[in-house]
Ligand binder design. Structure first.
Ligand SMILES: C[S@@+](CC[C@H](N)C(=O)[O-])C[C@H]1O[C@@H](n2cnc3c(N)ncnc32)[C@H](O)[C@@H]1O
Length: 426
């Protein structure tokens, strides 16, 4: 039930964005048991939207009603509608997929309270200082947690929230007793926590989590342990966490010093914003990462490679990431394949473009409202599994990012702008 309610809340958020744009509003979804006012009616859930600053226009109500294909009612301040019974309408709303990811993320309150009130993290953006994080001491690690951890959380949470709702992926994890995760360059665990929360919220069966985290900053790993333990307590989970302190020069060096920790059984391999910190030592770091670590994926495993969008020396990270991912796929045709972006899924075997792809997210927490973050990423997996997922998807997206002034950028091979669709959503 909680799962369905969460799906519904996410859908209402997406729909209200389409109808009400950026207007400030408050969304509530109540199960029948939680809704006292309408306890006589037949329904599973009650959805409410309250506009905080503006009046709701009749035209908007009409549009929403048409969109939902059901009656939308109005009280003085709110509009509401019923969903049910037996999840029937939830499924049909789920099908009303928007063309975008749900990218407006609020850091869960229990994590927010923990990092700011218990750990005493602070919000203090400093782009230059946090360019490199390997040698940061406790004080700076706490600033990283208060400033950049929520961004990493939101990005990975949003990315996997969409991925895991795909019926093939959901089914593959729904049956698993154990979920194995490898995070390389884990730092304090922002992206790892995002992945964990998306799994916890979307997979109803309780699995055991085996997590391997690798990083060269001992202080960061200490905080990662605390935060993961906090998540474990909150959800009463079985988590086995192995943190490995490995400081390395290059990816090959990392591989040689850490391969004894891994077996080829990972469901998820993730690396977020680590390679940009070592790229000057080896320009082929993305390729070498795939070359050494992709073989540790199990048959239905997925690898997320995510990084910042900045230029380091002469190269933009998105262009390097795309070129080296394509090269890896082209050299391993039939073994590995891109899943996200979907345009790359279609053309990765031939693409040799200098492609600057990016996606942006917005995170809100108690110290900062609407903090924007922009990253570049690919998700790859074994060809057989990825092809199965792709075979059930109707639309290959063509929007691979936004330029500096906010215009959409299209895949070189699908540049038609008459039908635009995010390449980041399946
Ligand atoms: C920007 S942080 C990203 C942390 C986390 N993945 C996230 O997304 O929030 C980069 C991480 O890479 C690690 N790192 C950078 N260079 C490293 C190296 N040479 N050896 C080991 N770890 C390194 C840093 O210690 C840091 O924790």
């Amino acid at each position: 039930m909680r799962n369905e309610k969460q799906i519904l809340e996410n859908n209402v958020k997406e729909i209200s964005k389409i109808i009400f744009g950026d207007s400030e509003l408050h969304i509530s979804v109540f199960s029948k048991e939680e809704s006292i006012e309408y306890s006589e009616s037949q329904f599973d859930f009650l959805c409410e939207i309250e506009l905080l600053e503006k009046k709701i226009e009749q035209e908007q109500i009409g549009k929403l009603s048409k969109f939902l294909n059901k009656e939308v009612q109005q009280t003085s301040r709110k509009i509401f509608w019923f969903v049910g019974a037996n999840g029937r309408t939830i499924k049909s709303i789920k099908k009303l997929k928007s063309k975008e990811l749900q990218k407006d993320i609020t850091l869960p309150k229990f994590i927010d309270d923990y990092i700011f009130n218990k750990l005493n993290a602070s919000f203090a953006p400093n782009f230059k200082k946090f360019n490199k994080n390997l040698n940061h001491k406790k004080g700076d690690v706490l600033i990283y947690i208060g400033t950049y951890f929520p961004r990493s959380f939101a990005e990975t949470y949003s990315i996997f929230n969409n991925i895991i709702q795909n019926e093939i992926i959901e089914k593959s994890y729904q049956e698993q007793e154990e979920i194995n995760i490898l995070d390389i360059g884990s730092g304090t665990g922002g992206n790892l926590s995002g992945l964990l929360l998306s799994l916890i919220e979307n997979i109803s069966k309780k699995a055991n989590f085996n997590i391997v985290a690798v990083d060269g900053n001992k202080e960061a790993l200490k905080f990662l342990e605390k935060i993961v333990f906090h998540i474990q307590l909150k959800y009463n989970l079985n988590i086995s966490l192995n943190c490995h302190y490995v400081a390395f020069e290059t990816i090959t060096d990392l591989y040689e010093n850490s391969k004894q920790f891994f077996e080829p059984n990972f469901d998820f391999i993730i690396s977020s914003k680590m390679i940009n910190e070592i790229i000057t030592k080896d320009r082929d770091s993305y390729f070498n990462f795939y070359n050494h670590f992709a073989k540790y994926l199990n048959n239905e495993g997925l690898l997320l490679m995510l990084d910042v969008t900045k230029k380091i020396e002469v190269d933009y990270m998105p262009i390097l990431l795309n070129k080296q991912t394509n090269r890896f796929i082209q050299e391993n045709k039939g073994t590995y394949k891109t899943l996200i972006p979907t345009s790359c899924a279609k053309f990765d075997s031939i693409c040799k473009q200098d492609c600057f792809s990016n996606n942006h997210f917005v995170v809100t927490h108690s110290k900062k409202k609407n903090d924007r973050t922009k990253v570049t990423y690919r998700i790859i997996g074994k060809s057989k599994f990825v092809n199965l997922i792709l075979s059930k998807i109707d639309n290959i997206g063509n929007v691979i990012g936004w330029d500096n002034i906010g215009n959409q950028k299209y895949c070189y091979f699908i540049s038609s702008t008459s039908n635009t669709q995010s390449a980041y959503k399946i």
